[in-house]
Design a protein around this ligand. Sequence first.
Ligand SMILES: Cc1cc2nc3c(=O)[nH]c(=O)nc-3n(C[C@H](O)[C@H](O)[C@H](O)COP(=O)(O)OP(=O)(O)OC[C@H]3O[C@@H](n4cnc5c(N)ncnc54)[C@H](O)[C@@H]3O)c2cc1C
Length: 401
Amino acid sequence: MNDWDVVVVGAGPAGAASAAQFAGKGFRVALLDRAHFPRHKACAEYLSPGVRNVAQRLGVWDSIQRAGPCSVPGMEVVSSSGKVLRLDYSVEGRRQYAATLPRHVLDERFVAHAVASGATLMSGVIAHEPMMDGSTVVGVRASQDGATLSVPARLTVVADGHRSTIARALNVSVPAWWPVRMGLVAHYEGQARLRDGFGQMHLGPEGYCGVAPLPDGRLNVAIVIKADAVRSSGLRASDFFERWIQRMPALRTLLADCSRISPVRGVGPIGSRARRVSTDGAMLVGDAAGFFDPFTGEGIYRALRGAELLCEVGHDALLRDDVSAARLARYDTLRSREFTRKLAVTSLVQLFVQFPLLMEYALPRLTRRTQALEVLGSVLGDCSDAREFLNVPTLWSALRP
Ligand SMILES: Cc1cc2nc3c(=O)[nH]c(=O)nc-3n(C[C@H](O)[C@H](O)[C@H](O)COP(=O)(O)OP(=O)(O)OC[C@H]3O[C@@H](n4cnc5c(N)ncnc54)[C@H](O)[C@@H]3O)c2cc1C
């Protein structure tokens, strides 16, 4: 008999949310992570309004709320020439809010929720490869403090993030061909002149920079740039980061009275996709199942919503004692139904981010077309179905000359 019903590799939001749900249904769940929590994670730390809805369903929102997140009404996109588009989130006239919370706090809340639900947390455990019985995944081989460890399970949940060791070993992960970028993130404190509490997204040479208010008057500053930009500059990441800010007049002014209070954390290259998200005995979730780009800030939402879909299918498979690829394939279908259209919207937005002239064209038009703008905001905030934006009348109204 397997020791565990489910082994979850990676205790980020995707893994912890999956573990909590399986454990809550009475399954024996091992949740393993190479890190010890709380741990830092390079992220813009922005929770789209949709996160609140899923986190409420998962029963973890109250705990997040007690950690004192900062409520954010929306984002301003600032083009290279200084044009500003203000994007907020409303559904049928009702205002929704995004939130921010440092990842070392947020992720610990998710892990604590998984443990309170009955999962066993194994920290400092590095997963190296799937254990196979023929073509079926039957757990993972790992190590802890240099000693090897086998963690056999009926179902393996692959949630080890964007450079997933297990997804690569299963040969289902493919690096993104566009856009190929990396992220650099730091915390600041001081008097930033953010208008009305909105975050700001500044578009610049070879990338963009997001500035978002954090609790306690701090700021998250995240630069996303071409994957080789730091290496080819010959600079240290922290020097590159500060020089890049200095090259952007509006950003320089915004942060003039602020100082950096954390190291610059880097991550990259950040894009990947998975050819499939289930196989015999295993299911992928969160960034391990693919990640596009942080501009539209939906990674955590996708991680949590993906975990909900995974558990719906995985629960049924465990009850039937059938974790074959054929049984788990419904998860692939549910995910593509759920995420493909939003991906089309974010890809469209990326096109404008990549080509500054397109952005200069779109920003003043969208600012005037308030109805299309409201729809775009609610779709990007994960509050509305992407179909509401992806139809000819709305697209025409947003982008016509
Ligand atoms: C620069 C940047 C900014 C971003 N900003 C935002 C934002 O503002 N809002 C948003 O919603 N999303 C943002 N994202 C995306 C977001 O960070 C991810 O989508 C989210 O963290 C995915 O969660 P996850 O649980 O899949 O993976 P992760 O949060 O990466 O968790 C994976 C876990 O797996 C563990 N792990 C990895 N390998 C192993 C191994 N071999 N063995 C054991 N454990 C392992 C890691 O320690 C980690 O704890 C950003 C991404 C980047 C790169």
